[in-house]
Ligand binder design. Sequence first.
Ligand code: ADP
Ligand code: ASP
Ligand code: MG
Length: 405
Amino acid sequence: MALVVQKYGGTSVSDAERVRAVADHVARTRRQGADVVVVVSAMGKTTDDLLRLASDVSTVQPPRELDMLLTSGERVSAPLLAMALAGLGVDAVSFTGSQAQIITDTTHLNAKIVEVKADRLRAALAEGRVPVVAGFQGVSLDRDVTSLGRGGSDTTAVALAAALGAEACEIYTDVSGVFSADPRIVPEARRLARVSFEEMLDIAASGGRVLALRSVEFARNHGVPLHVRSSFTWEPGTWVVEEDPSMEQAVVTAVTHDISEAKVTVTGVPDKPGIAARLFRALADRAVNVDTIVQNTSLHGTTDISFTVPKTDLEVSLDVARALAPEIGAGEVMADDGIAKVSLVGAGMRSHPGVSATMFEVLATAAINIEMISTSSIRLSCVVRADRVEEAVRLLHQAFELSGG
Ligand code: ADP
Ligand code: ASP
Ligand code: MG
């Protein structure tokens, strides 16, 4: 029998009524003859609430304890959904990530999956039951509970789909697919019927949080087709699949934005070989994920280096840079958390010059200052003031005529 993995995000299971609606859909899928493995997120904003609670209790939050706390959200929604299914006469059984044998490395809060055994899920399926797996979590090689990073239930779902050889992985959320921009900011954004893994990777990496980046990497590496769709309307959504040469390659497919980063500037850095290497090695040693880097031309033998990091890594980055500054003969280290990044993503950008010129002109016309620029072969990103980023997204979406109507 065909197997499908269905993942339901937080808003899809935000209250009892939603849990019952999801159970209804799972039951319907079963009646249509498919085997189903369900992955659930924590209900509503539970993960954010737990993070806030931790901060209210203590400024000292050992990552192991945070993982024990945060993963509890999914431990609640999984058995509730199993009960709702039982109420509909569907034999369902819930599992934690550990029971599903999702084995990860030991990096708390952002663990990487190293192996998925899933024997108990296979056994449950063989008995005609519906496994309901708590998303976002695994068990480390040291036998501690780990979490897979924010949005990590997507990764759980794709990893299970790959391990179990599912036909597809359906990601149910509160929008009806992947759009040409966040539909909350650009209401006229167009739903994309199909998007390649390659473009989706850049969309996810540049702030389009509809799919977690890791889940897209996993899907591409294992050839798992993803279907992003709504658990409110149940209509067909967006397929994320291998690029097909006959697929039309839009110059620009989507405009994304990301408000999760901050900028660090190190001033008066001696302009000589080895300095940047020392700074970025020290950051890498503390597992800081540096994104955009800009180094100015040197004046009188010194220069400024600016880089962006996730806001969650800002404190560590400042500690590292401030500790190193005197050693490398640099001046001040400054932080700026009022930035945001706006990006254009499109596979056709490779063969179409002039996209950057248009992007900069659009921002210039609105007097939106560009503070940093970075590119990949199919992405163009500008760092701007956070309070102008939504306007930038709307203007670029309009200038590149992405609504298609
Ligand atoms: P879930 O809880 O179901 O995992 P998320 O909040 O993680 O849902 O992701 C869905 C949200 O992603 C949408 O509500 C939407 O605001 C946002 N989003 C950002 N960019 C896009 C995009 N390009 N297409 C669709 N949704 C997007
Ligand atoms: N509950 C987790 C989060 O909010 C994981 C997820 O929803 O995918 O990040
Ligand atoms: Mg999500």
